[in-house]
Design a protein around this ligand. Structure first.
Ligand code: PMP
Length: 411
């Protein structure tokens, strides 16, 4: 009876806790800028038209059922997903250097990477950006991996601390693991430009570091899959002769599959010399990944995978999906502009241009924890203590209200 009496009470997850506080708030006007999930202009979750269509196709199929998928997941998903990420005529795909398996969305892919690292790269340090998505620390540390940080955000200039970033790459122990946000960096919404990406990747190669790209927002950030895959594809090109690349791919945001947990984990192998059979290496890796999935999930979830696979493998649905991503990204960009313009109109102290300069779901507003607290307490505007605001929570009905609230707490 005393067995569990000493268990520590952990603080609630800060992000999901926001949702709870918000649901208990009885004020008539509330604004949720917490969790990163797309909302339409009425503040409602949005089922993508391409997804609605895909669901009809799936359910009309005479072979429709709820059977188990194979351990590696749905091949039509993993292959389609690799093409989306790497590009149709990617060299690594043509040279058959890519291992792809289905994962429990992006988080599951990161966890799989972490398990793989513990087994095959156990003593390596995992470098995360400062700041990063809070779950990155939890995922790698829970697996017993040691994490370190590389400078990223310069609060004074609200821009990339490239110098600090490069010097962290330089001083990290040779062969460390660097987790890079493929696009739409969470929480800052700040991405390196193309030139900066080139110097980051060159510095990484120089020190034989290993790259893990976390791709959670491809197509969601700019509305253009190719544009948002720039860093991943540059990395593939630069590292093709040097080392494997790990990629964690989520369909939560760009297909709106949040709760369906559709994602993939890819390992792109470098070109091998003639003495090594790449097929043997791939088989061995696949067998190890299968062992991980079998013991943890048995097999990955089917329904979301079928939806995404249907979207990716039907020309018309793919076309509709591309339009859907433009719908989401352009509404978010519009909200960034309206928030900035409203703050300027109110003569809110400070410069707010970073809100429109940042990309993806979030804006790192620069609001202090005290200001965030006041926004919640006095205006029922909820965001994360770090000042990260999910721009998707803004709409034409509440953006002015939010600007006035920000203006009040800043003044
Ligand atoms: N990485 C980053 C940087 C993210 O922001 C997210 C979603 N918040 C994920 C990975 C994975 O999310 P999911 O497990 O829902 O695909």
């Amino acid at each position: 009876r005393t067995l569990f009496n000493d268990i520590d009470l952990l603080p609630p997850d800060s992000l999901f806790n926001i949702k709870q506080r918000l649901s208990q708030d009885s004020r008539p006007v509330k604004v949720d800028l917490g969790i990163g999930a797309y909302r339409d202009d009425n503040g409602k979750p949005w089922v993508l038209p391409s997804v609605r269509e895909a669901e009809k196709v799936i359910q009309k199929d005479p072979s429709y059922n709820h059977e188990y998928l194979g351990i590696g997941g749905l091949t039509s998903l993993t292959q389609g997903a690799a093409k989306v990420l790497l590009g149709d005529d990617n060299k690594a795909l043509k040279e058959k250097r890519v291992v792809s398996v289905q994962s429990l969305s992006g988080t599951g892919a990161l966890h799989m990477a972490a398990r793989f690292f513990t087994k095959f790269c156990g003593d390596k340090l995992v470098y995360l950006s400062d700041p990063t998505w809070a779950n990155h620390n939890a995922i790698f540390e829970t697996m017993g991996l040691k994490t370190a940080t590389y400078p990223y955000w310069d609060p004074a200039t609200k821009s990339l601390n490239l110098k600090g970033y490069l010097s962290a790459i330089e001083s990290a122990p040779k062969g460390s693991i660097f987790v890079l946000h493929a696009c739409a960096h969470n929480p800052t919404g700040l991405d390196p430009n193309q030139e900066q990406w080139a110097s980051i990747l060159d510095a990484i190669i120089k020190k034989d570091h290993i790259v893990l790209f976390d791709s959670a927002y491809q197509g969601f950030a700019s509305g253009d899959l190719d544009r948002d895959a720039f860093a991943v594809r540059l990395g593939l090109e630069k590292l093709a002769e040097v080392s494997p690349i790990f990629i964690c791919q989520s369909f939560a945001k760009n297909v709106g599959m949040y709760g369906e947990r559709a994602g993939c984990f890819h390992i792109v192998l470098p070109r091998q010399d003639q003495s090594v059979s790449i097929e043997n290496v791939k088989d061995a890796i696949n067998s190890q990944l299968a062992k991980i999935t079998r013991s943890e999930l048995s097999n990955p979830p089917a329904y979301g995978a079928k939806i995404v696979s249907t979207v990716l493998n039907d020309e018309q649905l793919t076309e509709q999906w591309h339009k859907d991503m433009v719908t989401m990204s352009s509404r978010i960009i519009k909200m960034r502009h309206q928030l900035r313009d409203n703050l300027v109109k109110l003569h809110t102290p400070g410069n707010w241009d970073h809100i429109v300069g940042q990309t993806g779901m979030f804006s790192y507003t620069g609001l202090s924890p005290e200001m965030v607290k006041r926004l919640e307490k006095e205006h029922a505007v909820y965001l994360v203590g770090s000042g990260r605001a999910s721009i998707a929570g803004l709409n034409s009905g509440n953006v002015e209200y939010v600007a006035k609230a920000i203006n009040e707490v800043v003044n």
